[in-house]
Design a protein. Structure first.
Length: 384
């Protein structure tokens, strides 16, 4: 008897940095709990060029699942990067490490007005800081700074299932604690134990106000994943975000396909032109993109000393007036010229391993970009 598998769903992982748009540096793996569910349901995981797919066994008519999906279950996947500089090239918070991960899921509020595949991130354009969530073990201490002006003698701390809150703002907490405030205390340290709950996203509220949003998973720290995906088969997911119908049966119209899109980082480019081999007046140099010489502003540069020869070389620097896209293939015709003479036709773009620096104003305050992130710049040294 032939055994037939067909796609249950697929997730496309794209990144605008790469010339073909395919995010080749991501590795996907089912979480331990997901691998157990998949084994019991006879599901197969396959990573493909454009992302990954999960296949299901179907009956002889290829219209029904061989085993119906339990709508109370979810499938979860860790995302890893084989590129240590993924944050450098992506429109992600520069300092996103430090206990935070990206969280993607299919319980979204999209009304289905778009013909594109459903997106598993919050914003309309790309994954970003709005998808960040704290990463915690299932047991940890919640630190809460008390209001110094308050004379309260206790606080109510509630822990909610974050996904249920999305679909039902009146959902009940999974845990509720009345915590007495010792006299003179300015900070509370409250033990949190979610070992009785499945791994997932939670929200902590203090006296009804949200204080923390986090993902509790005992394996996350060890796994060193930078993102996690939760796909729910329950009715909490709106219709276009489901990969089964409300009963757990196979979708009859089409296979569910979801998108996770990363955008390339925009940053200012700074070139340092080092006069090592040519005797050229710094005033004669300019950098242009094609015929446009207004993209870069010339700045004075700090001389560079070769410690081996004890020789000092003059430097002139150029900083782009606006943030430019960071691309795998930055394009051609970024030229360095001396007057009308072209010295270098195609200047190299920033290296992904180059340290990124935050732009500051004269007062030392960080300059923010249009998405309220720190405006960064890269440095490229060119010796002529």
């Amino acid at each position: 008897m032939a055994i037939t598998y067909i796609p249950l769903f697929s997730i496309n992982l794209s990144h605008a940095y790469y010339s073909d748009g395919i995010c080749r540096d991501l590795i996907v793996k089912p979480t331990p709990a997901c691998a157990d569910v998949m084994k019991r349901l006879g599901l197969l995981f396959r990573q493909i060029k454009t992302g990954f797919s999960v296949f299901c066994r179907v009956g002889d008519d290829k219209q029904e699942l061989y085993q119906a999906f339990d709508v109370k279950k979810k499938l979860s996947f860790y995302l890893y990067s084989r590129n240590p500089y993924l944050v450098n090239i992506s429109a992600l918070p520069w300092d996103m490490d430090g206990g935070k991960i990206l969280y993607f899921h299919n319980v979204q509020t999209d009304d289905g007005s778009s013909d594109e595949n459903p997106k598993l991130f919050v914003a309309a354009e790309h994954a970003g800081k709005q998808d960040l969530i704290e990463s915690r073990a299932q047991q940890f201490s919640f630190e809460y700074q008390l209001d110094t002006d308050s004379d309260a003698t206790s606080v109510v701390i509630e822990i909610f299932d974050a996904i249920k809150l999305l679909s039902d703002a009146a959902s009940l907490p999974v845990q509720s604690m009345l915590i007495s405030i010792p006299a003179g205390e300015q900070e509370l340290s409250v033990p949190v134990d979610l070992t009785s709950q499945p791994e997932g996203a939670f929200v902590i509220k203090v006296d009804g106000q949200e204080q923390m949003r986090f993902y509790a998973d005992k394996d996350l720290f060890r796994e060193k994943a930078f993102a996690i995906i939760d796909l729910f088969a329950s009715v909490d997911a709106v219709e276009r975000y489901r990969f089964t119908d409300v009963t757990g049966a196979l979708l009859t119209e089409k296979t569910a396909v979801f998108d996770i899109e990363f955008k390339q980082r925009k940053m200012k480019w700074r070139y340092h032109i080092v006069m090592k081999h040519q005797d050229i007046s710094l005033d004669d140099l300019n950098i242009a993109l094609g015929s446009d010489a207004t993209i870069f502003d010339k700045q004075s540069g700090e001389p560079i000393t070769d410690v081996m020869s004890d020789t000092t070389y003059p430097v002139t620097s150029f900083l782009s007036r606006s943030a430019l896209d960071f691309k795998e293939q930055p394009g051609k015709d970024m030229r360095l010229s001396k007057g009308s003479e072209i010295l270098i036709q195609n200047l190299p773009g920033p290296m992904i391993s180059s340290p990124l620096k935050a732009e500051t104003d004269h007062a030392g305050n960080y300059i923010l970009d249009s998405e309220n992130n720190q405006l960064l710049y890269s440095e490229t040294f060119v010796y002529i």
